[in-house]
Design a protein around this ligand. Structure first.
Ligand code: NAD
Ligand code: UDP
Length: 311
């Protein structure tokens, strides 16, 4: 199959491309390199089945493909809040153009949506029928509401034009290749601990997140794409931890001498988050296999290698 991965030079996209290439597909990676990097896909650059397109999805494009994994969008609050209008454009216009492409060439289209569509949830754990508690005018809205519109667009193209869609609601995912300056919590803590700097916990650290290792997530995305259910389907690891517990685990694992310090909690930071993955289990036969301790080990070694190479 010929498969387009938008955002393919990014963290999740590049791991997905590794799997698709290993399965012998032709892959087109499309990216504007905002938070993605060529080094993530370096090993495929000279492969005859691989093509790299530098393109911004806020502009239309014509391609012939069978499947589209639509991942292009900065995912870290630091990066998506840097230029919020661009984030909205990427989610709304970018998704519109990609759905238009899917419609024209009759490609199956998978949207990488997010647990952020649940906002600061008052239902716990979050199942797909929960409609969410999102602030429409806050600093996270460009991303949260952007992804909600992206889901709406996907379902409208499906109902109105028969586009074959899949919608994955991805919960916090971590692993090798996250940027050192990514700004998300796992990479921040790991980089801080490796550099012997204090780990910065925002608020009192009692807010929770559930962390999925990237290879598990990629397996879930591929199962969803190649199954018969449109979704939305939650993909995430139900193991729930407070941010302070995460900081302590990374401190213990990497550098027990490093300090934990507390910084102000950003506006609209969700209090808790845990996926209900019953649907993924029953419809896709999917559940995560990598426990946090093992995933953190793999992540720490990747960052250690990269930081040592820079010295
Ligand atoms: P990432 O920032 O590493 O990857 C995003 C990629 O999209 C980057 O390569 C970036 O350069 C590219 N991109 C951004 N804007 C673009 C544009 N306008 N045109 C073309 N390319 C563009 O993030 P990630 O963690 O790999 O996330 C991938 C997708 O999964 C995103 O859509 C994100 O919203 C979603 N997601 C991720 C998580 C997570 O925890 N990692 C959770 C929920 C949803
Ligand atoms: N966080 C933190 N220290 C950091 C980065 C993030 O305590 O250096 C917190 C953040 O306030 C949030 C949680 O960790 O409560 C997860 O943040 P992240 O940016 O990784 O993802 P999101 O908030 O989008 O789930």
């Amino acid at each position: 199959m010929r498969i387009l991965v938008t955002g393919g030079a990014g963290f999740i996209g590049s791991h997905l491309i590794d799997r698709l290439m290993a399965e012998g597909h032709e892959v087109i990676c499309l990216d504007n390199f905002y938070t993605g990097h060529k080094r993530n896909i370096l090993k495929w650059l000279s492969h005859p089945y691989f093509e790299l397109l530098r393109h911004d999805i806020t502009e239309p494009i014509r391609l012939e493909v069978d499947q589209i994994y639509h991942l292009a969008c900065p995912a870290s609050p630091v990066h998506y809040q840097y230029n919020p209008v661009k984030t909205i454009k990427t989610n709304v216009m970018g998704t519109l153009y990609m759905l238009g492409l899917a419609k024209r060439v009759k490609a199956r289209f998978l949207l990488a949506s997010t647990s952020e569509v649940y906002g600061d949830p008052d239902v716990h754990p979050q199942s797909e029928d929960y409609r969410g508690n999102v602030n429409p005018i806050g600093i996270r809205s460009c991303y949260d509401e952007g992804k909600r519109v992206a889901e709406t667009l996907a379902f409208d193209y499906h109902r109105q034009n028969g586009v074959d869609i899949r919608v994955a609601r991805i919960f916090n995912t971590y692993g090798p290749r996250m940027l050192e300056n990514d700004g998300r919590v796992v990479s921040n803590f790991v980089v801080q601990a490796l550099k012997g700097e204090p780990l910065t916990v925002y608020g009192d650290g009692s807010q929770t997140r559930s962390f999925c290792y990237v290879s598990d997530l990629v397996e879930g995305l591929m199962r969803l794409m190649n199954n018969d259910h449109t979704g939305p389907i939650n993909l995430g690891n139900p193991g729930e931890y407070t941010i302070l517990e995460l900081a302590q685990a990374i401190q213990k694992m990497v550098n027990p001498d490093t300090e934990i310090i507390f910084k102000p909690l950003p506006q609209d930071d969700p209090r808790r988050r845990q996926p209900d993955i019953s649907k993924a289990k029953t419809l896709l036969g999917w559940e995560p296999t990598i426990p946090l301790s093992e995933g953190l080990d793999l992540t720490v070694s990747d960052f250690r290698k990269r930081l040592t190479a820079q010295e």
